[in-house]
Design a protein around this ligand. Structure first.
Ligand code: FE2
Length: 274
């Protein structure tokens, strides 16, 4: 079966050995350097102010055009101090690594990736968003069942997700789980940015996912999981002593109008292709 047929049938693809081990190691080392250079003091202020939700929203919105660091939910104690080292407290980095960081820019724009997304139907792709996800040992939080199109919606086509495993991802350390063919059930909700710069969910279908249909997408380091934007997926908390680092990219096509009420807006850094 061709990649495209399989992808259309199940809503996901697993491509083993897509990234060389040495490249996975290089990206992990590089990211740890970014974390070392990052001063959490400014961010700590965000979590100790009375206007917490407004300021965290602003930080989140601004991250569309930046390399921003997001902490695990319980990273700070009541005094606003980190409970453990920053290296073990960060949940993710996003959302413009692929444009602003030369190492991730180069990694995200290889001909190997360009050819794959072309094969999957994006004729003039744009790279919308990147995230480095740490899924920290012991405290890596659960990510509820969701569809990526909820957060990056487009009218004419469906956002494409690329999930690169930089370490082995197993049931033990919080691998992805997905509902095969679940992308055919339609979009359940949209995450909308309101005119007052708040966010809200617009719900189309409030039925619950049947989680008994989930399958574990356990993959080796270097594997790429391709995700259809409508595919329901989740990851459970990581309670193991092993991290589960991954890098993700989301792409759309230039010919699809990009809604102004998606949370991610790039007024100062126009979206680019390969
Ligand atoms: Fe997702």
């Amino acid at each position: 079966m061709s990649k495209l047929l399989e992808f259309e049938k199940t809503g996901f693809l697993i491509l083993e050995n897509f990234v060389a081990d040495s490249m996975c190691d290089l990206l992990r080392r590089h990211t740890l350097d970014l974390v070392s250079a990052f001063d959490p003091e400014g961010i700590r202020a965000i979590f100790t102010t009375n206007e917490q939700s407004r300021i965290t929203d602003e930080y989140f919105f601004a991250s569309s055009e930046k390399i921003s660091f997001f902490f695990e939910e319980n990273a700070f104690d009541t005094n606003g101090q980190l409970r453990q080292s920053k290296e073990l407290s960060i949940n993710k980095i996003g959302h413009a690594l692929h444009d602003l960081d030369p190492t991730f820019n180069q990694f995200s724009r290889t001909t190997q990736i360009a050819n794959l997304v072309l094969e999957l139907g994006l004729l003039s792709p744009l790279l919308v968003q990147s995230m480095y996800i740490f899924k920290q040992p012991f405290i890596g939080g659960e990510v509820n069942c969701h569809q990526d199109s909820t957060f990056l919606y487009t009218e004419k086509g469906t956002v494409l997700g690329l999930w690169f495993a930089l370490e082995d991802a197993t049931k033990n350390n919080g691998c992805l789980w997905a509902i095969p063919a679940g992308h055919k059930l339609g979009l359940k909700s949209r995450f909308i940015r309101t005119e007052k710069n708040n966010t809200t969910f617009q719900v189309f279908d409030d039925s619950k996912y049947d989680l008994s249909n989930l399958v574990a997408l356990e993959v080796k380091k270097g594997s790429l999981i391709v995700l259809h934007g409508l595919l329901p997926h989740l990851s459970y908390a990581n309670e193991s002593p092993y991290s589960r680092h991954a890098y993700t990219l989301h792409l759309i096509d230039k010919s699809w109008p990009y809604p102004k009420d998606n949370w991610l807006q790039r007024p100062n850094l126009p979206l680019q292709g390969f």
